[in-house]
Design a protein around this ligand. Structure first.
Ligand code: ADP
Ligand code: ZN
Length: 620
């Protein structure tokens, strides 16, 4: 390995990036000073570089504990591409491969070794760990250590035990994208971090546009969206396998380039479909939430949730798979009240392994309140971005002016009369039912459930039959917000303090959306068009050529295209039109190693394009 004088030099030479992003430098500096580190950074912020650069600079080996095999393999590929010696040790290795890796490790062939947590305390691995010099242990996805987290991995709790086996305590650095207060405490305590340098970056992902829609026909919405966004890579999440199959068949029949993924498919089929998507053979994937773990595809332009997920944690993680390259991307949630029912069913039938009854009670409660927060996100008329950030503990004063709600046109109407009718109905229901039943009752719905509970005999039955379900749901939200109603256990609605309503001057104003009005165009200058707009029409042609070349290389080398170069890098190439190695190196994302590997091919393609369109150079 070459010697680097500064982390900046390593960043440029290895990864081809000009400057560190927020937080990266301070973490790297802390590690190089020998400090433990705890960093909470949102997905896509660039955690990997924070430990990979110190790993290269530190004298010994860095062990990276990572929970997902596929992610490990991707990371190792990327590192090797950047010219960094790295390997992984997990169950995907045969005994033979394991023995070879161990031998190479002992011979000093690697700077970074990724290891699955289950491996740590095995005899073989401890033997290896003792015979090499370990400078740092990095715990990736550190929230897996916490029972509060969604992805608790018992073997993570044994990391400390493993570290104690070592002759010399290495630096310990821990990284995660999800961390509520509880989880943070768990991580710092359970890992035994010593006075860690701690960095918590904002959770905002500026390039993501959030939007909640309640289309009458979700399938049509998806079909139209894809037709309006041809060539864009996207993920469509559904809550059930049945939905996945249905949407997949529908899109396939429409001639869309689509893959699917759910746990009911064979491992082989899943792998094939996943690769088809990651390698850009297929532009869309329809999947359950089983899909995406360990997938690091950077050019996903949209994530559509066909159904509401079970929690904001899940939602933000899944939606966050859009726009990892920093370009503008959309996160659209298609909501229908039916989703809440499906989710309740799924939660009730969730398999809980080895959990004692007391914990189970806590987990159930937690699941329910998470679901409620998710539901609220679908109903809220406030800024969606702020809603998300507040959920994760960040408070903003101003609406973002760049989300579905901020750009939607609301009409504020006086619903005082309807409010009183709803309150009467809640009174009649004596706080035993949820909002669905209340709304159905005043709407005068003819359901078996209403009959069963006798709601059809209420005075309130049908008193608001000219209203709509959505309007009344919004009204109930508002009444809860103003504390006229309160939500009890199991989501039942009870009366709150209604005395103010007796004053004839009190009004209840509700923001109603015109469902047919789609969100207006974004006000902010779009990042994608900003960088794309740096391209002339010839530039576009060049960009396409470069993309083709990238695809060719990726297929020949059996790698996802973004590992060769990501979209941002190709756009910059098409704008700068570099003709020499030196010019090529000024493109963000082109480092020494990639220049050596791919420089000639890309320069040749650019040269050919310049011959064909001489204006390219002048325009660029
Ligand atoms: P995380 O693990 O935080 O989700 P990654 O480490 O995968 O994020 O980084 C996300 C993307 O950002 C990757 O494509 C990575 O190469 C890129 N990236 C990271 N740091 C920088 C930087 N300083 N400049 C430009 N791109 C960067
Ligand atoms: Zn907003």
């Amino acid at each position: 390995m070459e010697h680097f004088n500064t982390p900046e030099e390593a960043l440029k030479k290895l990864f081809g990036y000009e400057s560190f992003r927020e937080g990266q430098k301070s973490i790297i500096d802390a590690i190089l000073e020998g400090k433990d580190v705890f960093a909470v950074m949102p997905t896509g912020a660039g955690k990997s570089i924070c430990y990979q650069i110190p790993a290269v600079v530190l004298p010994g080996i860095t062990l990276v504990i990572s929970p997902l095999i596929s992610l490990m393999q991707d990371q190792v590929k990327s590192l090797n591409e950047a010219g960094i010696e790295a390997a992984f040790i997990n169950s995907a290795l045969s005994e033979m491969e394991f023995a070879n890796t161990v031998e190479s490790a002992k011979a000093g062939a690697y700077k970074i070794i990724y290891v699955a947590p289950e491996r740590l305390m095995t005899e073989d691995f401890i033997e290896l760990a003792k015979s090499i010099s370990i400078s740092m242990v990095t715990v990736d996805e550190a929230h897996c250590i916490s029972q509060w987290g969604q992805d608790f991995r018992p073997s993570y709790t044994r990391i400390v035990e493993f570290v104690k086996e070592l002759d010399k305590r290495p630096i310990i650095s821990a990284f995660t994208a999800t961390a509520t207060e509880n989880v943070r405490e768990d991580i710092v305590c359970t890992l035994g971090l010593i006075n860690p340098f701690t960095l918590v970056l904002g959770f905002d992902r500026e390039n993501l546009f959030f939007q909640v829609e309640r289309p009458k026909n979700k399938e049509q919405f998806v079909v139209d969206y894809i037709a309006e966004h041809p060539d864009e890579s996207g993920i469509i999440y559904c809550s059930t396998r049945k939905n996945v199959d249905k949407i997949y068949d529908l899109l396939l029949a429409k001639g869309v380039s689509v893959a699917k993924y759910h746990a009911g498919m064979s491992a082989e089929d899943r792998k094939q479909m996943q690769d088809d998507f990651v390698f850009d053979y297929k532009s869309i994937v329809v999947a359950t939430n089983a899909f995406g773990m360990g997938i690091d595809k950077s050019n996903v332009r949209f994530v559509i949730h066909f159904n509401m997920p079970q929690s904001m944690e899940n939602y933000y993680q899944e939606a966050g798979r859009a726009g990892r390259d920093g370009l503008d991307s959309k996160c659209i949630l298609l909501f229908s009240p039916q989703d809440v029912i499906i989710n309740k069913y799924l939660l009730e039938h969730k398999e809980e392994l080895d959990i004692d009854p007391e914990d189970l009670e806590i987990i159930k409660e937690r699941d329910n309140s998470r679901l409620q927060a998710m539901e609220k996100y679908c109903y809220t008329t406030e800024c969606l971005r702020n809603y998300i950030l507040r959920y994760f503990g960040e408070n903003r004063d101003e609406p973002c002016e760049d989300c579905g709600n901020c750009l939607r046109e609301f009409e504020t109407i006086d619903m005082t009369d309807a409010a009183k009718k709803i309150i009467n109905c809640v009174y009649e229901a004596r706080g035993r039912y949820g909002r669905g039943i209340i709304v159905d009752t005043v709407l005068g719905a003819k359901t078996a459930r209403l009959k069963e509970i006798g709601a059809m005999d209420y005075k309130s039955y049908g008193v608001l039959n000219s209203s709509t379900k959505n309007m009344l749901m919004r009204l109930i939200e508002q009444l809860i917000f103003e504390k006229y109603l309160v939500v009890g256990d199991y989501h039942v609605i009870r009366l709150g303090d209604i005395s103010r309503l007796k004053d004839p001057n009190t009004t209840v104003m509700v923001k109603i959306t015109d469902e047919d009005k789609k969100p207006a165009k974004a006000k902010k200058e779009s990042k994608k068009s900003a960088s794309m707009s740096a391209l002339t029409s010839n530039g576009f042609k060049l960009f396409d050529k470069l993309r083709e070349l990238r695809l060719e290389i990726a297929r020949a080398e059996n790698m996802p295209p973004y590992i060769v170069f990501n979209d941002k890098t190709l756009i910059e190439m098409a704008a700068k039109v570099p003709l020499t190695d030196a010019e090529m190196l000024t493109v963000s994302g082109v480092g020494d190693s990639k220049l050596k590997k791919y420089g000639d091919q890309f320069l040749k393609a650019i040269e050919e394009a310049v011959k064909e369109y001489p204006e390219l150079r002048k325009e660029g």
